[in-house]
Every structure is written in structure tokens, then in C-alpha cells.
Design a protein. Structure first.
Length: 134
């Protein structure tokens, strides 16, 4: 790796960390100043070291879908939509009540999901009734 390549990698890492390095005087500026500088000269294409990056803008669809079921879905809507879309959960394979219990416990204990422990039985009941084994 040449010294130019090492500097380019260092400058890229510093830029991702929120700092801009002034070439020549080696001064570092803070994240707010770096953002302001980027807005002032926001190119749509940047090339360096044989790599070209293109700026793109995408608009993601809104995710306002709730679990169906009215009041029966209240616990799952209040707890699970913080991390999961209703569509993702409803497209999971059918599982037994015991398996759903393990999944909900795993989300709460292992992954530290913000699930109210008092709502766990209602969530498991909902999943078992809508995505349970027949």
C-alpha cells in the first residue's frame, strides 16, 4: 500500500467519523463544520483512487401497516412494531404455541426487545392464533 493510498484510506475513515482534514495545514474540524462543508460542495459524483461514488436519493415506502385483529392485536402492535413490520412477522412460518413462546422470550431476553413482560401472554396468544400450527 503506497503512502497516497494510506492517506486516502485515513481521510475516508476520518470523514466517516465526522471529521474533515484540511490538506496542507492538517487541521481537524468538528462534525457540524464537516456537514456544513459537505452541503456547500455536495457533488453528485466523487472519484478517487480509481473508485467512483455516485450520490443517489431514494424514497422508502411508508410502513403504516398494523397487525389485523383490533383489540386482540393491541399488545403485538404496541410491542413488536418497534423492530418488526407486521408483514415480516405475518410472513413467518406457522409455529406451535410453545415455539412462539420461545421466540417472544428470545426477543425480550436475548435481543433486549422493549417488550412489556405483562404483554407477553397476549403476544404469544395472537401469534399462535394467527400463525400457529393447524
Amino acid at each position: 500500500m503506497t503512502s497516497c493510498t494510506r492517506f486516502t484510506a485515513f481521510a475516508a475513515a476520518a470523514a466517516f467519523a465526522g471529521f474533515a482534514i484540511g490538506v496542507g495545514n492538517w487541521s481537524a474540524i468538528g462534525p457540524a463544520q464537516a456537514q456544513q462543508a459537505q452541503k456547500a460542495a455536495a457533488p453528485s459524483t466523487v472519484s478517487a483512487a480509481g473508485i467512483t461514488l455516485h450520490s443517489v436519493s431514494i424514497e422508502l415506502p411508508s410502513n403504516d401497516r398494523m397487525f389485523p385483529g383490533g383489540t386482540d392485536a393491541e399488545a403485538i402492535n404496541n410491542n413488536c412494531l418497534a423492530c418488526h413490520s407486521a408483514g415480516m412477522v405475518l410472513n413467518q412460518p406457522n409455529l406451535s404455541r410453545a415455539d412462539w413462546q420461545q421466540e417472544v422470550e428470545k426477543m425480550r431476553t436475548l435481543y433486549k426487545a422493549p417488550v412489556d413482560e405483562a404483554d407477553e401472554p397476549a403476544i404469544v396468544a395472537y401469534l399462535a392464533s394467527h400463525k400457529g400450527t393447524k
